[in-house]
Design a protein around this ligand. Structure first.
Ligand code: SAM
Length: 342
């Protein structure tokens, strides 16, 4: 019998508490900083291209902005880059429209306040807007965007891999033999879902961007060039904690078997191939960074690691398993904290 999958409520943990995304996103902040020179270079090119910017307006969208300070970082970098470039070449800056997107369950309240502050701190015309919705759907009108940015978001899938939930195949087999037999197939199903989603994302953005529009995107990937042989350390740890909770009778086995972390971390080879096969975009520059130092700094203790897992995944865990976060936290010893060797 085919299973009908419940739509997962993806959003990061809200507020300013110990397990909030706002307080557990330094790894993502570091990645945004690395994107700064790329955004500055693209802005300089867009500002210099008279054909792209006619009639002197620039529309910039960030997809998957989330909440907390990171939500406005990329668009702030872009606005400053516009000002700096135009000051340098002694030209009036274009009017800028900043559009922030995330899923409808994201807490946009604080984001709106940050946008207002950003708008008020600028002398030239900056207008802002929020676009709730999935970046796997059309969000903007055709030929309306000049620059699309996205940080730390595109490895989130639109849903659990179809091949798995339709055929009732668990993402993580607790039984060792079953795991040996099926793990490769499970990872291939994840890779296939990512290919489908990312292709869709590219097709949609190609329609929304003006001719010669640009994208600067960064996502979490993995080092190897071949198809993944294991889940990411974060996903594995979540499954391991949850499986211990099943053994201790806190979680239902059937529920565990139908839970999928909707994340796939592609290799740069996979990303390159998908972009080339889809065909709407050419790759100007692709950088691969090793986040080990950021991870070592941010995740030095088991409790910091569990706080990050909760900041990222608590909403989908609670939606699926109910209020089991005390037990989840209590099992932080399972994580051992992040180690560079993982
Ligand atoms: C780890 S956060 C990254 C936030 C921010 N860009 C940063 O770099 O810190 C990932 C964000 O992507 C959003 N997201 C995931 N899937 C999405 C989708 N299909 N459409 C829009 N946003 C999505 C999540 O809700 C979350 O806020």
């Amino acid at each position: 019998m085919a299973s009908k999958q419940m739509k997962q409520m993806v959003h990061m943990n809200q507020g300013q508490g110990e397990t909030s995304y706002a307080r557990n996103s330094s790894i993502q902040t570091a990645e945004q900083k690395r994107m700064q020179p790329l955004i500055e270079a693209v802005i300089a090119e867009l500002c210099s291209s008279t054909s792209t910017l006619v009639p002197g307006k620039m529309v910039i969208a960030d997809m998957g902005c989330s909440t907390g300070p990171n939500a406005v970082t990329l668009v702030s970098i872009a606005v400053k880059a516009v000002q700096d470039h135009c000051f340098q070449v002694q030209r009036p800056p274009p009017e800028v429209c900043l559009l922030l997107n995330d899923l409808p369950n994201n807490n946009f309240n604080t984001v709106v306040k940050s946008l207002v502050m950003l708008r008020q701190s600028n002398e030239h015309v900056v207008v802002t807007g929020i676009t709730p919705g999935s970046f796997y759907e059309r969000l903007y009108t055709s030929d309306s965007l000049h620059l699309v940015c996205s940080s730390n978001s595109l490895h989130w899938l639109s849903k659990a891999p179809e091949d798995l939930f339709r055929n009732l195949i668990p993402a993580y087999d607790m039984d060792k033999d079953a795991k040996c037999q099926r793990h490769r197939m499970v990872l291939e199903a994840y890779a296939k879902q990512f290919r489908k989603d990312f292709t869709n994302f590219l097709e949609l953005r190609a329609k929304e961007l003006v001719s010669k529009g640009r994208m600067v995107v960064s996502l979490v990937g993995r080092r190897s060039d071949v198809t993944a042989t294991k889940f990411s350390y974060l996903s594995r740890t979540i499954y391991q904690i949850l499986s211990v909770m099943v053994l201790e009778g806190v979680n239902d086995k059937e529920k565990f078997d139908s839970f999928y972390v909707p994340v796939y971390e592609p290799s740069n080879k996979e990303v390159r191939e998908i972009i080339q096969e889809e065909g709407s975009f050419s790759i100007r520059e692709m950088q691969v960074h090793d986040p080990t130092t950021d991870m070592n700094n941010a995740l030095s203790t088991p409790s910091k690691f569990v706080n990050l897992l909760r900041a990222l995944c608590e909403p989908i865990l609670v939606q699926h398993f109910g209020d089991v976060m005390c037990e989840f936290r209590a099992l932080q010893s399972v994580t051992g904290a992040w180690r560079a060797t993982c």
